[in-house]
Design a protein around this ligand. Structure first.
Ligand code: PSU
Ligand code: MN
Length: 308
């Protein structure tokens, strides 16, 4: 790389993504924090691979996003994905530090917020994940509100998730999204889902029943000049869900442990996911994988509908 006064951003597209961009094929962005900080190896790699193949089967192209040695990758080659899934010290990148990792030539995984920034920059309009970050319980004391919510309000990407992780304060999370003008749409369900469970006990602000209707809603927002993102909440398939009452028992225990261990900041979400994995004997992980796969399918369908 030659150096000039203002070198271009180090950005690399995988072969598959570059080819898809050249023919304007529908693309679906995928985050990488779920790989490095959300699930243990090798389940994380199995999940990452299966999600990519589900997107291909629906006629779209997957673009897993990560920073590797200071290069922003839009789409990972097979060996890069395998290496990332086994990397230990990857940073967990959000809006605050995505550029830091690039500038300092570090390796880092992108959260929902950082993945949205990278996807928007690459012209990718749809993104599949598991659960977004949100307002943590006791946020009135800790001020812990995920940067994912702010990003949804400003960056024009459709994020398909299974609801906010139930470890969060879901009513407060919905309040913030409403305040920031983020449309929250449940897919084919009148109730708002809560990640491992299909029903959070709260009604959904909006509901749509088909990828075409979601694409049409987005096109209308574009016509109206309303920018920012949109959140699609896709309930986990019934056969994979852990009912809310049961999950709540484990969540209470995991939150108690987090408080005892004085976990704060970026550590909170990975700590709780790991604690739940152990408290549920791995069941929470199986559910997590099933819901990400389900979201990948819907995101691909939306990307295809948007391109029609
Ligand atoms: N959903 C998962 N596993 C995860 C995450 C979401 O099933 O690991 C990650 C996402 O990257 C999300 C992040 O953006 O957790 C939120 O972290 P925080 O609460 O620190 O903002
Ligand atoms: Mn936080």
């Amino acid at each position: 790389m030659t150096r000039s006064a203002s070198p271009a951003l180090p950005i690399a597209y995988s072969q598959e993504v570059a080819a898809a961009r050249a023919r304007a094929a529908p693309l679906v962005a995928l985050e990488s924090t779920i790989i490095t900080h959300g699930m243990p190896y090798p389940g994380n790699l199995d999940m990452a691979r299966s999600v990519e193949s589900i997107i291909r089967a629906e006629g779209a192209v997957p673009a897993t996003i990560a920073v590797i040695d200071g290069v922003l990758h839009i789409g990972l080659e097979t060996a890069q994905l395998e290496a990332l899934a086994q990397t230990d010290g990857a940073m967990k990148l959000s809006r605050a530090d995505l550029a830091f990792a690039i500038a300092e030539r570090r390796t880092g995984a992108t959260t929902v917020a950082a993945t949205m920034i990278a996807a928007a920059r690459a012209g990718i309009r749809v993104f599949a994940t598991g659960g977004i970050g949100g307002v943590h319980r006791k946020a009135e004391e800790t001020f812990d509100i995920s940067a994912d919510l702010e990003e949804l309000s400003r960056t024009g990407v459709i994020v398909v998730c299974a609801g906010p992780k139930a470890i969060l304060d879901i009513p407060k999370t919905l309040e913030v999204l409403e305040t920031r003008g983020v449309p929250v749409v449940s897919y084919d369900s009148p109730v708002f889902p809560a990640f491992w469970s299909r029903d959070s006990g709260l009604p959904s602000p909006l509901m749509l029943n088909s990828p075409a209707a979601i694409a049409n809603f987005q096109k209308t927002r574009d016509q109206l000049g309303v920018d920012g993102g949109m959140l699609i909440a896709n309930p986990v398939p019934a056969e994979s869900e852990i009912p809310r009452e049961e999950m709540e028992i484990y969540i209470t225990r995991a939150l108690d442990n987090a408080e005892r261990d004085e976990i704060a900041g970026k550590e909170v979400t990975p700590y709780l996911l790991d604690a739940l994995f152990r408290l549920t004997d791995g069941r929470s992980l199986a559910t997590n994988i099933a819901l990400v796969e389900n979201n990948a399918r819907l995101a691909a369908e939306i990307a295809v509908a948007l391109s029609e």
